[in-house]
Design a protein around this ligand. Sequence first.
Ligand code: SF4
Ligand code: SF4
Length: 74
Amino acid sequence: MEKVVIREEGCKGCGLCVAVCPQRIIMLAELPNTLGYRPAMVLDQDRCTSCSRCAIMCPDLVIEVHRPVRASIV
Ligand code: SF4
Ligand code: SF4
């Protein structure tokens, strides 16, 4: 599963997630969604640290962040 999932059709292209990402891996797509806004997209999932800043910042709650599960050492 991808670390960051953005529900593009609910995005209003405000760019807050772009500004807050410390890894600079979020940008606005060229093509608009059905609402007429350029939705946010993640350029490089491998560089995402799952910090969740983008999800916390999003006013429309369209971003989900998943953290990789670590194997426990017993
Ligand atoms: S979880 Fe953090 S590193 Fe990953 S895309 Fe969002 S703000 Fe950027
Ligand atoms: S903060 Fe939310 S609504 Fe704004 S561009 Fe990012 S995903 Fe879209």
